[in-house]
Ligand binder design. Structure first.
Ligand code: MN
Length: 330
């Protein structure tokens, strides 16, 4: 059982939580693709506005922002999925059956609800709001993500974001690993009517303990009332995603569910018109191109082809406690 050593659970430090209320999580995630105003011609700060597209996650419809037609990566981020807010009928929930990954790390962060993670290293870990699950696929991992049975009985809710980070070329085939960081270990900065959580990287005088592989930034800004958050100029790529509420980036109003890619080196402020939740992602871009196919990310097409064959032919390690599998797409 040596593999269990790879399941790291960071120890609790205090009793505070990053939990948000249901009403916050439900505060309207909606957008109208028919109205896609383009503010980028009059907003100096915004390079591109990305509207979400519907994507299927084992039967659930979720919003995918990255990769998009006009933009593949922002910093090291290759995938940006926003799921929910969902309220499931009693007995139902999410069931993302075991599936493989290579060449990336998944970052899961919830606003509401709970997901049980199981992987081929033998890690079994529930994630709740404010905590971070970092799963490093490296040369290969298999995992499932499901609503825990006790939540399912009562009618589960779920709202959160999963990002995929591409690993730097020299770390693509690193050992798989799983780390859970409880909400108490993720640093927060409280302002007037504003709470900033630094999920990955360093900002506003605090540094997240979450492991990174290249310069990486991931921040949640939760406004309780109208307010403004200035983001200092940076040489790295950055984008702002509005989860809920009303906000603008300079001259660019943001609809919930849209992502604004910030122009390189621009100084920019998020201006909330009321309660709002925004996520800021960013980091240093990679020099090499990546191929993304299904759940596989790599600088090498050969490695993707090998991963396809390995999954089709059952050469990935199984997930203890699971009997189902997600078949390789055609
Ligand atoms: Mn996955």
């Amino acid at each position: 059982m040596a593999a269990l050593a790879a399941c790291v659970k960071v120890r609790h430090r205090s009793a505070t939580t990053g939990q948000v209320t249901q009403s916050e999580a439900r505060a309207g995630v909606s957008w109208q693709p028919s109205m896609e105003p383009d503010c980028t011609d009059r907003a100096d700060e915004v390079e591109l506005l990305i509207w979400p597209r519907d994507s299927d996650l084992d039967g659930l419809t979720i919003r995918r922002l990255l990769p998009s037609a006009k933009r593949r990566l922002v910093g090291p981020y290759v995938f940006f999925d926003h799921f929910g807010p969902f309220r499931f009928p009693a007995g139902q929930g999410i069931d993302v059956r075991p599936h493989p990954h290579i060449g990336l790390a998944t970052v899961t962060y919830l606003f509401n609800g709970e997901i049980m993670h199981r992987d081929s290293l033998g890690c079994v870990q529930a994630i709740r709001p404010g905590a971070v699950n970092l799963m490093v696929a490296g040369r290969g991992i298999v995992h499932s993500e499901r609503t825990p049975p006790e939540r399912r009985q009562e009618g589960a809710e779920l709202h959160g974001i999963q990002l995929w980070l591409a690993l730097p070329a020299d770390q693509e085939a690193t050992d798989p690993a799983f780390t859970h960081y409880p909400a108490d270990d993720i640093p927060m900065v409280e302002g007037e009517g504003l709470r900033i959580t630094v999920i990955m990287g360093e900002a506003f005088g605090v540094r997240s303990p979450v492991r990174t592989f290249s310069p990486t930034l991931y921040i949640e800004a939760l406004f309780a009332e109208p307010g403004r958050l200035s983001l200092p100029a940076s040489g790295n790529e950055r984008a702002v995603y509005l989860v809920e509420g009303r906000a603008a980036l300079g001259a660019c109003p943001l609809e919930p569910g849209t992502m604004a890619v910030i122009r390189p080196a621009a100084e920019v402020s998020i201006e909330a018109e009321g309660p709002a939740r925004a996520m800021i992602i960013g980091g240093e871009p990679f020099a090499e191109k990546r191929t993304i196919w299904w759940n596989f990310v790599s600088t090498s097409r050969d490695r993707i082809e090998k991963a396809k064959r390995d999954w089709r032919e059952g050469r990935f390690d199984p997930v203890p406690g699971e009997t189902e599998l997600t078949p390789l797409p055609d």
